[in-house]
Design a protein around this ligand. Structure first.
Ligand code: ADP
Ligand code: ADP
Length: 228
């Protein structure tokens, strides 16, 4: 579902990614683990083409996103949802309106948005808080809104950038359980980046360890746990 082939990316003298190759299967939950500065965000950003590799290619659902631009790139991005560490909600809009914004951004007609937003909020168990403002919600609830918003374009792929790093351990477990359930129910492929091995252990089918822009270890969860 996601194929990363020989991707390199530098910023000035800093080599953020050095010849990274990865294959993530359809429906898989794949973790990219590493310390701060390892290149995780840069790698994730090449998948939704916010970042273009200097060399190599990235293919998502059969489309080579690393070489697209304009309308084709926008269309490809609709197939990819993003979940962020700090939720990125719009503070002066309600929960429902935050999701409706995302529906508007992918071209849904005004008449359909309210019902669709409701459907997305149902998926994350937050329909009861549709009229609340982000500041009235707990961190875990805010991230549920972030996930509902990411699902608005009905993506095949979800990218998660430290989605639970701002949450306490209990809430982290609940959000990861939600992502796992959504992956199963919607057939989503999830690529998540984290600096916590505990997150990988709870949710991922497989993972890769990134150090200084290179993959130094990869495998299924069982392989990684066996590694001394
Ligand atoms: P991680 O997500 O693992 O913390 P990043 O991908 O954010 O790592 O960063 C990898 C390296 O690339 C770091 O050394 C970082 O400073 C550098 N880097 C990332 N983005 C930029 C940028 N836009 N400009 C300059 N340097 C960058
Ligand atoms: P706040 O008052 O919560 O800080 P902002 O308007 O400053 O709200 O926006 C916060 C974040 O929400 C920003 O990172 C912005 O990129 C993001 N954002 C703005 N509009 C939208 C939208 N339509 N859909 C999703 N995210 C958005």
């Amino acid at each position: 579902m996601i194929t990363i082939e020989h991707v390199s990316r530098s910023f000035g003298g800093t080599r953020a990614l050095a010849d990274v190759s990865l294959e993530i299967g359809r429906g898989q939950i794949f973790g990219v683990v590493g310390q701060s500065g390892a290149g995780k965000s840069t790698l994730l950003r090449t998948v939704n083409a916010l970042e273009r590799p200097d060399s190599g290619s990235v293919t998502v659902d059969g489309v080579q996103v690393s070489h697209l631009s304009g309308q084709e790139l926008r269309a490809a991005r609709h197939g990819i949802g993003m979940v962020f560490q700090h939720f990125n909600l719009v503070g002066n809009r309600t929960v429902a309106q935050n999701v409706e914004f995302a529906l508007e951004a992918v071209g849904r007609g005004r008449g359909d948005r309210a019902a669709e937003a409701r459907e997305m909020l149902d998926l994350v168990g937050l329909a009861a808080r549709a009229d609340a403002y982000p500041a009235q919600l707990s961190g875990g609830q805010r991230q549920r809104v972030g996930i509902a918003r990411a699902l608005a374009s009905r993506p095949r792929v979800l990218l998660s950038d430290e989605a639970t790093s701002a949450l306490d351990p209990d809430t982290t477990r609940q959000i990861l359980a939600l992502l796992r359930r959504l992956s199963g129910d919607l057939g989503l492929t999830i690529m998540l980046i984290t600096h916590e091995m505990a997150v990988v252990k709870q949710i991922c089918d497989a993972a890769a360890l990134l150090e200084h822009g290179s993959i130094v270890e990869r495998g299924t969860l069982t392989d990684l746990i066996r590694t001394p």
